[in-house]
Design a protein. Structure first.
Length: 671
């Protein structure tokens, strides 16, 4: 748990009367400390995962080795044109400075998270005061969603960083306008720069979200004329100067050729518009149900969402009812109800705090509504999560300074009691699971304890649906740590709130979540064999000989960590699909695709072949749903009784080289 020296008071009133610089330094120190414990503490483990994690790391590595920072490539030469480049530039720069490591691959994302926390603190501080900024940043730092989606090299938290920074600049231009000044040219250029950087981070949503949020805000507050003061022409030029060069170069260097329609069609039409319309090819992803997509927002920032929801819902309903009655009672007004409602919003949003609240609400709602009509994964909401954290942090700051017998304090105490009950029940469930589950045998493979749900693996968390009661025995320590932390943290938070120490109670919840996230990291490391092929890659390297080849039985993504960790190209048996499909359409694509007949010739040749395949493909002759091709293990390999080089996580490496077969056990009685 977070702690402070015994002589330091945790009263918000005491902190508020301290020197502003000292208070600010203390809060920034707390934010950086929590970030360091969570994110630096998990920087070096676990290994990078198959699919997006090592595909993206490999693209950055090939930027460095191929000296091409315009066209992304994977698997030693395949064009990878579906992603914006900024995250890959950052990872490649990290590789150049620190060499290729797991931690150097993750470092840019982790530093981006720290920058986001500090920007969110600044936003919260300017709208809700120092405590509002602190709570907002702590929620984001200890949120399960932001944490779990930085375990993979995806840029969504960086998208959130550019959005937060741009909105901070925008609020400053509003303050200048309210003071009778013309918005600073530098601030307007800063907004344009953040939009351009977002385009280079995640594509067109980097423009849709900030522009949509700002225009909706100005429309609702009746301030559309503010746009005319924002140096639109020069800001547009700044935007083009940053965003246009890479897009133009990528288009010129990847024109239509062979069967490929070129960069512009694939990147803009297929990866943006067709993906949004759920018609993108290949359809190697699934869509989260709409209700779950919205509901997961409560999960990504728990326990803060539960605390604020229960404590504020009655207050919000009461205020909303009174507000609607006030609007409807204006009989003297002949304007339509919608116009009166709009005017009420404008009257309400006259103060800086209410303006900030409205902007943050539009921020998160626009992201949710936008993806409600599109294909969506669980992590698509992450760019809007800072807006939700700011709203929740603002409420907690309000509760901290409310009178002891106020509705806010009473609501906070009731919500804390509900949260405590949830924490105790969760603890009981976790302890029961840990106690009743059987400890797995020594040197176990977690994959042997799981069931298979191949139709769910196109979702980000699809593999975790494989967990069984038998597998829970492997997670005893993370389960116990999580359960004890949830009970202790929620009980302590409730007791502190009962003693009118809301600030300390919130720090107790932050400390609780630090333990929970570290336990989640431990659980991820236990589950890693299912998600990564690193151990198989190291086994192949230990037996490597000149002229050998690596072949994966299926698509590239299922074995991408072998490519990354060995730094060797992998061939694909019936695997011309998914991420590598479009790059294979270009005439210069490496010829590494095999069908059954060509692979049979390769397997039966003198050349050493390492074949990576699913373990149950050997036993059950199963077919993967990941690729449309038939990637069952060829019958002639079973007949040849191929040698097994390594087995891990439900995958095996087979070879046609007899010298690599395990030596037969000596006859009984011989030494």
């Amino acid at each position: 748990m977070l702690s402070m020296p015994p002589h330091t008071s945790l009263s918000p009133e005491t902190l508020e009367t301290s020197r502003p610089s000292s208070r600010r330094n203390l809060f920034i120190f707390l934010i950086v400390l929590v970030w360091a414990i969570i994110y630096i503490g998990t920087l070096f483990q676990p290994a990078l995962q198959d699919d997006a994690d090592t595909v993206h790391a490999e693209a950055a590595r090939e930027m460095v080795t191929g000296h091409d920072w315009v066209t992304l490539r994977i698997n030693d030469g395949f064009r990878y044109l579906e992603k914006a480049p900024l995250m890959y530039w950052a990872v490649a720069a990290s590789f150049k400075m620190f060499d290729v490591h797991e931690w150097s691959a993750r470092l840019p994302i982790m530093l981006g998270v720290l920058a986001l926390l500090l920007v969110v603190y600044r936003l919260g501080r300017r709208v809700y005061g120092e405590h509002g900024g602190l709570y907002s940043a702590l929620m984001l730092a200890t949120g399960f969603g932001p944490f779990i989606f930085t375990r993979i090299l995806i840029p969504d938290m960086i998208v959130a960083l550019w959005l937060a920074l741009g909105f901070d600049f925008f609020l400053t231009t509003l303050e200048q306008a309210d003071a009778g000044q013309k918005p600073s040219r530098w601030l307007c250029w800063g907004i344009a720069a953040t939009m351009a950087l977002n385009i280079l981070t995640k594509g067109l949503i980097g423009l849709v979200f900030p522009v949509g949020t700002i225009i909706l805000f100005l429309l609702l507050t009746g301030r559309l004329r503010h746009l005319l003061k924002m140096h639109l022409l020069t800001s547009f030029l700044v935007f083009l100067a940053i965003a246009a060069p890479w897009h133009l170069l990528a288009g010129f260097r990847n024109p239509a050729q062979g069967h490929a329609k070129g960069f512009f069609w694939f990147y803009f039409v297929n990866e943006h518009f067709l993906r949004y319309l759920k018609k993108r090819y290949p359809a190697d992803y699934d869509t989260v149900p709409l209700g779950l997509f919205w509901g997961l927002n409560f999960v990504w920032l728990m326990p803060w969402t539960i605390l604020v929801f229960f404590s504020s819902i009655i207050e919000l309903l009461t205020k909303a009812w009174a507000w609607l009655r006030k609007i409807s009672s204006k009989a003297a007004s002949s304007a339509p109800g919608s116009r009166r409602l709009m005017q009420a919003v404008r009257d309400w949003a006259r103060t800086p705090q209410h303006q900030g609240t409205l902007l943050f609400a539009i921020w998160i709602l626009l992201v949710l509504v936008f993806f409600s009509f599109s294909s969506r994964q669980e992590y698509y909401v992450i760019p809007g999560i800072p807006g939700l954290a700011l709203l929740l942090g603002g409420w907690l700051a309000k509760e901290c300074f409310a009178p002891f017998d106020s509705r806010e304090r009473r609501g906070g105490e009731i919500a804390s009691a509900v949260l405590m009950a949830i924490g105790v029940l969760a603890c009981a469930a976790a302890v029961m699971l840990a106690v009743q589950s059987k400890t797995p045998p020594a040197n176990y493979d977690i994959a042997d304890l799981l069931k298979k749900n191949p139709t769910e693996y196109e979702l980000s968390f699809g593999h975790f649906l494989d967990l069984t009661p038998q597998a829970m025995g492997a997670f005893k320590i993370p389960l116990l740590a999580t359960g004890i932390a949830l009970a202790a943290g929620t009980i302590l938070s409730f007791l502190l709130r009962r003693r009118n120490r809301a600030f300390a109670a919130n720090l107790a919840l932050a400390g609780m979540m630090v333990v929970v996230l570290l336990a989640a990291q431990s659980g991820l490391e236990i589950f890693l064999p299912v998600l990564s092929s690193k151990k198989l890659a190291l086994a192949i390297e230990s037996h490597w000989a000149s002229g050998a080849v690596i072949e994966t039985n299926g698509d590239y993504e299922t074995a991408s960590s072998v490519n990354f960790y060995t730094h060797r190209q992998i061939r694909m048996l019936n695997g011309r699909c998914n991420n590598i499909w479009y790059g294979a359409e270009f005439p210069d694509a490496p010829a590494v695709f095999d069908d059954d007949s060509s692979f049979q010739r390769l397997w039966q040749s003198e050349q050493t072949v390492f074949l990576l395949t699913a373990e149950d493909a050997v036993a059950n002759d199963v077919r993967s749903d990941k690729c449309p091709q038939d990637n069952r293990l060829p019958v002639y390999i079973q007949k040849d009784k191929a040698c097994q080089v390594a087995k891990w996580g439900g995958k095996v490496v087979l070879t046609n080289e007899p010298r690599l077969c395990p030596a037969p056990a000596p006859p009984q009685g011989q030494q």
